[in-house]
Ligand binder design. Structure first.
Ligand code: BGP
Length: 478
């Protein structure tokens, strides 16, 4: 297969690696349910505010009780890898202190089940669900949370380090920071919220550096990396003001996080933005040594990608902040950038741009900047799927979305990106972070509605058979 470059020139497409990790992803608070069973403590997600009428995170897909059936289905799907997260509150109900054996047992069983089928577990240590007990003590504002995190990951390494070969530290730290209130990590009533949030960010970066360093010190037989949400930011026009705005937002949204993880330093553009606003974090003696430790460098970069953003220069007249922002829809910030239009892209039913080529450019940008292997840990389409007579879900729109993104991933590989794997969101239907159960992403339909649990039956969608074929052909039969 060739990519047409000009009428005269074609480029032969490279294959995905032979050990390519064809996977799919979930996270604990969105899929497990059993929110207060077997000694699990409460997390900020359990205690968060839920939009009226939408499903909460208490039962979700009840994977905690269906995990055997679910893993068997994922094997039937043909997955080579399954990415899931461990709920910190199952291991340490209070965030620190006493380990809950039942929690360890659940993940031991889950991991064994995954390995039994020859699949590779890809484990996220922390996916938004900070223990509520830590939150009450200041959460990430409190430096003790850094130690609690180090204590927690040590238990994970001690128990699962021999069998789990791919570790992800913190899911979408950048989205937690930029949309912190939505993810419930900022104590209500906090003054100068942004300064506090960037202090929390500094602490999370330290926690991550410690987790990676410890992993490497223990010489465990696997790899570890961060998992931010990264995307190419387009300038709305070629007006240099718009280009600078896009560059600013790229540094603040993307590189601030990855530069620290990979290079052990604050991105200077993002830092001067923080300085200008009076939001620079307090850095204690020894912090930069932890962040810059030679063993704190990740082995690969994982990232989540859904859509691109387009921005324009700030109008500087108080009109830059747009309503309706979420983790993919930018809002704008006075003096920095504002939302721009991109007439080239269509939107999903939830207003996110669909931009497969943006996926290729994002892969290339990260590759160019860090020169590390990459792993895609989320990518997918949230839709209101319809269950038809005879247990049929015709999610052709999802197949089209994934097909176009895999095509672009292959082009990125051909361009020279070292791509370890691709794990779309989500393996199975689960509760969306903001929009309940109606916004579905899975290859497997879960028969429940927002507030009606029905029979929770697992039903293979059309995309299930399609993805199975894709994996079987190592991504050539799309
Ligand atoms: C990412 C999160 C996931 C998941 C996904 C889809 O930001 O890492 O947990 O929720 O987005 O987002 P949503 O559920 O809001 O559609």
């Amino acid at each position: 297969i060739y990519e047409r470059m000009t009428d005269m020139h074609y480029k032969k497409l490279k294959e995905f690696r032979s050990d390519f990790l064809w996977g799919a992803s979930t996270s604990a608070y969105q899929v497990e349910g059993a929110w207060n069973e077997d000694g699990k403590g409460l997390s900020v997600m359990d205690m968060g505010h839920h939009p009226e009428g939408l499903a909460d995170f208490k039962v979700t897909s009840d994977h905690y009780h269906h995990y055997k059936e679910d893993i068997a289905l994922l094997h039937e799907l043909g997955l080579k890898a399954y990415r899931f997260s461990i709920a910190w509150t199952r291991i340490f109900p209070e965030g620190t202190g006493k380990v809950n054996e039942k929690g360890l047992e659940f993940y031991r069983n889950l991991i064994d089940e995954i390995l039994k089928y020859g699949m590779e577990p890809i484990v996220t240590q922390y996916h938004f669900d900070l223990p509520y007990a830590l939150h009450l003590k200041g959460g990430w504002s409190n430096r003790a949370t850094i130690d609690a995190y180090a204590e927690y990951v040590k238990v994970l390494y001690d128990n699962f380090g021999d069998r789990v070969k791919y570790w992800l530290t913190i899911n979408e730290q950048n989205m937690m920071i930029l949309h912190g209130a939505a993810l419930g990590i900022v104590a209500p009533g906090t003054e100068n919220i942004e300064k506090e949030i960037y202090q929390q960010n500094h602490h999370m970066l330290l926690a991550q550096a410690k987790a990676i360093t410890l992993y490497h010190e223990m010489k465990l037989p696997g790899k570890i990396g961060p998992a931010p949400n990264i995307t190419t930011i387009y300038p709305e026009t070629c007006n240099p003001d718009d280009v600078i705005a896009a560059m600013n937002w790229t540094s603040i949204r993307n590189w601030l996080y990855l530069d620290m993880c990979v290079f052990g330093r604050y991105n200077s553009i993002a830092w001067s933005y923080l300085e200008k606003r009076g939001w620079t974090p307090a850095i204690e003696e020894g912090d930069m040594a932890i962040l810059g430790h030679s063993l704190a460098k990740p082995d690969f970069i994982a990232f989540n990608y859904y859509s691109t953003a387009t921005v324009a220069a700030s109008r500087n007249d108080g009109s830059d902040k747009a309503a309706g922002a979420d983790q993919q829809i930018v809002s704008g910030e006075e003096g920095v950038y504002r939302q721009g239009e991109n007439p080239n892209l269509k939107l999903t039913s939830f207003g996110w741009t669909v931009d497969p080529q943006g996926f290729r450019s994002t892969l290339r940008e990260i590759n160019d900047r860090y020169n590390l292997p990459l792993l895609v840990t989320e990518n997918g389409l949230g839709e209101y799927d319809k269950l038809e007579e005879g247990d049929i879900v015709n999610d052709d729109y999802r197949i089209n979305y994934l097909r176009e993104h895999i095509e672009q991933a292959r082009l990125a590989v051909t361009d020279g990106v070292d791509l370890l794997g691709y794990c779309p969101w989500s393996a199975i239907d689960l509760v969306s972070t903001h929009q309940g159960f109606g916004k579905r992403y899975g290859f497997i339909y879960v028969n429940r509605e927002e507030n009606d649990l029905k029979d929770m039956r697992r039903i293979k969608k059309k995309s299930f058979g399609w993805y199975n074929k894709v994996i079987g052909s190592n991504g050539t039969d799309l």
